[in-house]
Design a protein around this ligand. Structure first.
Ligand SMILES: Cc1cc2nc3c(=O)[nH]c(=O)nc-3n(C[C@H](O)[C@H](O)[C@H](O)COP(=O)(O)OP(=O)(O)OC[C@H]3O[C@@H](n4cnc5c(N)ncnc54)[C@H](O)[C@@H]3O)c2cc1C
Length: 495
């Protein structure tokens, strides 16, 4: 159906690469695709069973306009340039992208001062067409908004995207252009000899000239492997509530509260797939694995939605909640530079928000650093920027559906009723690398609708079992340990 190969290229116990990238989040994936434009042997390594399962998996999915950060920081400088290339990137990768615009809403006249500061940042950062909306303009653009709202700061270039959908597409395209992708492979150590850096991984040794440290929350651990920890990364938790698409249209704009020193503010966002979410909170924590949500956090974000849109009975539409962890460096900015300790090691660390937006600009900065450090680049004459998405039944015209079903009758067998996903789409997702329920979910949206997998989970498990030739007991939600069936053979107590 497509040229996209499955993940997990066979790996020799000793292998060689020109560049090894640690971390397959949106940052590692964007850099991998950039490198695939050149004749290089590149390896993309991740410890998880799939790509993009760190901070990239759980965020707001906003391609920010580029006015929120201090213009003198890397976060401020790289956001607007990243935003500018997204339209073309998404066309090449067939990733849905909606440039719907964002509005920061102020609830009192004092906050107008902050809106003016944002406008000033926008000017410095080259964000086009921003303006302050008066009360009448604001309420005509957002009809259900609380009457207490007095001003808005409008940035039409803000957009929404699926962050994991983008990352999967970037990796598929990088792989189709020659990048080796190694999942379930944890980097345990780095050693430098005269010729190369040697990565000690759970799948063997990789000898490479350059290492890109794009390990998200664990980037400080990778830096420590070079001999000395050059920075610390701590998690900042963000909790969300997800609503069913039965809300109907509430707003077609991304709605922000006025920013605080630690966050861009809580945001009410129309996801690119059509339903709404509200969040995130911003709470500094210590535990890099703690993805739990709390009553307090969820109440805070729900209050925001209820306050801003008082007519909408949000509680009726809640279908899930989730949390993401931002990787925050001590200096509260992106760290994009060669290591002080080990030649050939490049840190791309502390990539908190707006890292998703800035990813293309970060990748081009990394390419400049690599060239500066001696990497020779010769264009890959076979580079193909186009990646085809999995054809979908949902949203297709009648004629397209008919054609798909005629070519493959499994397109006529709907396995996820909420999101109208067919068996053929699930099989293609597995062919492209999904080995778990979450892997299928992030490639097809199976289980993301109203019933949250109540109907489709057993069906997807059967398809996974059949296609991967493994017993049902070995199907997990996201990795070993999250089994769905009580498994006597494997000795797990999980049900
Ligand atoms: C709550 C929240 C909201 C956000 N909202 C937005 C937004 O709306 N817009 C925006 O622009 N940005 C947003 N961001 C920021 C954005 O999500 C991040 O900047 C981006 O995802 C960081 O990507 P990354 O590739 O650096 O890290 P990650 O996605 O965390 O990837 C790091 C990868 O490294 C792997 N890894 C770690 N250690 C090892 C090892 N030893 N061996 C092998 N692999 C390893 C991990 O498994 C992981 O897959 C948000 C972030 C959060 C948490």
């Amino acid at each position: 159906m497509s040229d996209s190969p499955a993940l997990g290229t066979p790996f020799l116990k000793e292998s060689r690469a020109d560049v090894a990238i640690i971390g397959s989040g949106v940052i590692g994936a964007t850099i991998a695709r950039e490198l695939s434009r050149y004749k290089l042997n590149t390896i993309l390594i991740d410890k998880e069973v799939d790509v993009g399962w760190g901070a990239t998996k759980a965020n707001t999915g906003i391609i920010h306009a580029g006015y929120s950060e201090d213009p003198h920081t890397l976060r401020g400088k790289l956001c607007a340039p990243g935003n500018r290339v997204y339209q073309q990137l998404c066309e090449e990768l067939e990733v849905p992208f909606k440039r719907i615009g964002s509005i920061v809403v102020s609830l009192n006249k004092e906050e107008i001062q902050t809106l003016c500061e944002l406008e000033n940042h926008a000017k410095i950062c080259g964000v086009p067409e921003t303006r302050i909306l008066n009360r009448d303009e604001l309420h005509s653009v957002i009809p259900h908004l609380t009457p207490k709202a007095v001003y808005g700061f409008y940035a039409p270039t803000a957009a929404t995207i699926s962050p994991y959908g983008l990352t999967i597409a970037l990796v598929e395209n990088a792989q189709a252009n020659g990048v080796n992708v190694l999942i379930q492979t944890k980097v345990l150590g780095l050693k430098k000899n005269r010729q190369a850096i040697i990565l000690n991984t759970t799948s063997g040794y990789v000898h490479t000239n350059f290492v890109i440290n794009a390990a998200g929350l664990w980037a400080d651990e990778i830096s420590a492997m070079s001999g000395e920890k050059e920075f610390n990364i701590h998690p900042r938790k963000g909790e969300y509530i997800l609503f069913d698409d039965a809300t109907g249209e509430i707003t077609d704009k991304i709605i922000f509260s006025v920013p605080t020193p630690v966050s861009k503010g809580i945001v009410f966002v129309p996801f690119v797939e059509g339903n709404y979410a509200v969040g995130p909170t911003a709470e500094d924590t210590e535990d890099k694995e703690d993805l739990s949500t709390s009553f307090k956090g969820l109440k805070k974000v729900l209050n925001f939605a209820e306050y801003f849109f008082p007519e909408i009975p949000f509680k009726r539409y809640i279908i899930n909640n989730f949390c993401g962890l931002r990787p925050i460096a001590d200096e509260n900015d992106f760290i994009i530079r060669p290591s002080y300790n080990m030649k050939g090691l490049i840190h791309v660390a502390g990539i908190q928000s707006p890292g998703l937006t800035a990813a293309p600009a970060i990748a081009s900065m990394v390419m400049d650093i690599l060239m500066d450090q001696g990497l020779k680049l010769t264009l890959n004459p076979y580079f193909n920027p186009i990646r085809r998405a999995i054809p979908q039944i949902k949203g297709s015209e009648y004629k397209t559906k008919e054609k798909l079903i005629k070519a493959n009758s499994k397109y006529g067998h709907i396995v996820c009723r909420c999101e109208t996903v067919s068996e053929a789409e699930v099989i293609e997702a597995i062919r492209r690398g999904a080995t778990t329920l979450d892997g299928v979910k992030f490639r097809t949206r199976c289980g993301m609708g109203r019933c949250q997998g109540g109907f489709c989970t057993p069906r997807i498990m059967e398809i996974l079992s059949r296609e991967l030739h493994i017993p049902l007991e070995e199907i997990s939600k996201r990795n070993k340990g999250s089994w769905l069936i009580k498994n006597k053979v494997l000795g797990s107590d999980n049900v």
